[in-house]
Design a protein around this ligand. Structure first.
Ligand code: FDA
Length: 502
């Protein structure tokens, strides 16, 4: 291991680092700021367009490894020559921390977009997936090998496996199978000494921490072994819109009491926007079985045969985010068509929100700059896993998660949507979880707090401010684990887990 004195937060772009790296990594995989490919590689997976700006603090080098040894060499050379690295898999970080720094800092980025293999063992129903793969590539490979298997992770196909699994990761199968992190059974990680570890050699605390404790903090996860899950030959999707004028508020009021206790085969989420609510469902079965279930548990929604879209599970994975005309091949498209500037926040609701408050929420949704509220019900599997089984603590007692999505398309400076998101968040405070007010780590929000660095180490007390919101009682164990595996705080960003050194 290297002495802490070798590190510096503001090391100059240094030739020592490059000469060190060139011994182990082919030059075509190293991109300095003046190289021709630098700009297009940096921008390739910037998903929040507001960071495409001259003011953004960008890396001095981008390394695009094709094998684990290149990552090991990058970490070893970075430590030796005092250059920090950030890692990017799919670039979906809402605050862009995988490819930019919020403060002036000299750093390199390890971009994993060339490490995207998925290797499936159909018999064992497991897969090894590289961090640089996007979720769509994983879903596609699994279904192609065995249509009776799937994997529970996020809804958007272009999300990177690396960051997503690191923060938990959930989508339409969360009630049946929990988070992506809950279904990880082994991993390969490059630690702060540049050593490649697997579950056995890293030990259980380390393995626990990487399955939900957030990206960047514990090393660079090269690949993950996951347990695949059974899916039926046919699933049913519906997307039903109801306006406020058609009773949307009564329906949402009922939904919040029903959706978290439905059978685990059924997930009904809501997207509330302007004066509309879209009830979007995935049912692991046919319409014939879904209709009587809806008639007995949530008749007010009035689901009919013609609302049902039956399809193989893999088709539903394309249908839900991309619409009816999407094909399974679209899951492999790595070019995101999302060109939005965005600000995102999240909440957890534990007690039903009073009906009159839903009315007020809809007045908020009609204000200038208003965004969307996406509400995912919990209950069933995600809630039955103990709170400390992985760092993701949002389990028993949670009715639903809210994501506040504010976006704009470059008009103006985004002041109105950004302000709306903060005002909306302030309005919701009395109606959501308290002490701490919980938030989901993968919906990163720097308004919750950022680390203070003292003596070249992020402080535990500054980390607690945001960290207990994402991780509740698991934050301390994460910080103790960080102290064991990376006491010098080599892997860090504005919201990385600080080492608890005492
Ligand atoms: P990115 O590459 O930006 O990494 C995110 C963080 O993890 C960074 O701190 C990065 O340094 C670190 N990291 C990345 N790769 C790593 C690795 N190999 N080892 C260690 N650390 C690593 N979430 C959800 O749960 N369900 C959903 O349905 C959605 N939907 C969604 C849609 C859209 C359009 C966006 C932009 C985001 C979501 N998300 C989501 C949130 C998403 O899960 C979250 O942003 C993930 O961290 C993204 O992972 P990426 O690898 O793409 O991001």
């Amino acid at each position: 291991s290297y002495p802490p004195s070798a590190m510096s937060t503001a090391a100059p772009a240094n030739n020592g680092f490059l000469s060190c790296l060139i011994k182990s990594v082919p030059p075509r995989l190293l991109h300095g700021k003046s190289s021709r490919a630098y700009g297009s590689i940096w921008e390739s997976t910037v998903r929040n367009v507001k960071f495409v700006s001259d003011k953004t603090v960008k890396p001095v080098y981008i390394i695009t490894p094709t094998e684990a040894a290149h990552i090991q060499a990058t970490v070893a050379c970075g430590r030796k020559h005092g250059l920090r690295v950030r890692v990017r898999s799919g670039g979906h970080d809402y605050e862009g921390l995988s490819y930019r720094s919020a403060k002036p800092e000299t750093f390199a980025v390890v971009d994993l977009s060339m490490m995207r293999q998925v290797r499936i063992d159909g018999k064992a129903a497991t897969a090894w997936v590289d961090s640089g793969a996007q979720l769509g590539e994983l879903y596609y490979a699994v279904a192609k090998m065995t249509p009776s298997l799937g994997f529970p992770a996020g809804v958007c196909a272009t999300i990177g496996v690396g960051g997503h699994f690191s923060g938990g990761g959930f989508g339409m199968l969360l009630r049946k199978y929990g988070t992506a992190g809950d279904n990880v059974i082994d991993a390969k990680v490059v630690d702060a000494n540049g050593t490649l570890l697997d579950r056995k050699s890293m030990g259980e605390d380390y393995f626990w921490a990487i399955r939900g404790g957030g990206g960047e903090s514990f090393g660079i996860v090269v690949s993950w072994q996951v347990q695949l899950v059974p899916v039926p030959p046919k699933v049913t999707v519906f997307q039903i819109h109801r306006g406020v004028k058609d009773g949307a508020i009564d329906l949402i009021n009922k939904w919040q009491q029903v959706a978290p206790s439905l059978p685990d085969d059924l997930m009904i989420r809501i997207m509330a926007m302007e004066q509309d609510a879209m009830f979007e469902a995935l049912y692991l079965g046919t319409c014939k079985d879904l209709l009587p279930l809806m008639a007995s548990r949530f008749p007010e929604l009035g689901v009919k045969q013609e609302d049902c879209n039956e399809m193989p599970w893999i088709q539903s994975v394309a249908f839900i985010p991309m619409g009816k005309s999407a094909t399974v091949m679209d899951l492999l498209n790595r070019t995101s068509n999302i060109k939005a500037f965005g600000k995102y926040k999240s909440d957890y609701v534990k007690d039903p929100i009073p009906r009159d408050v839903w009315e007020k929420i809809y007045t908020w949704l009609a204000k200038p700059g208003a965004g969307v509220m996406i509400m995912d019900p919990y209950g069933a599997r995600i809630s039955s896993i103990p709170k400390d089984a992985t760092p993701f603590p949002h389990r028993q007692g949670v009715l639903f998660n809210i994501q506040y999505v504010s976006y704009w398309f470059g008009e103006g400076d985004g002041a109105a949507p950004t302000q709306w998101s903060r005002d909306m968040y302030a309005f919701m405070e009395p109606y959501v979880s308290k002490n701490p007010r919980q938030a989901y780590a993968n919906y990163r929000d720097l308004d919750l707090g950022v680390n203070e660095v003292v003596g070249d180490v992020s402080t535990y007390d500054s980390g607690r401010v945001w960290g207990e919101k994402y991780y509740n009682g698991n934050f301390e164990r994460l910080a103790r684990t960080k102290a064991k595996v990376d006491p010098c705080d080599y892997f860090r960003n504005e919201q990385s887990i600080p080492p608890l050194l005492k």
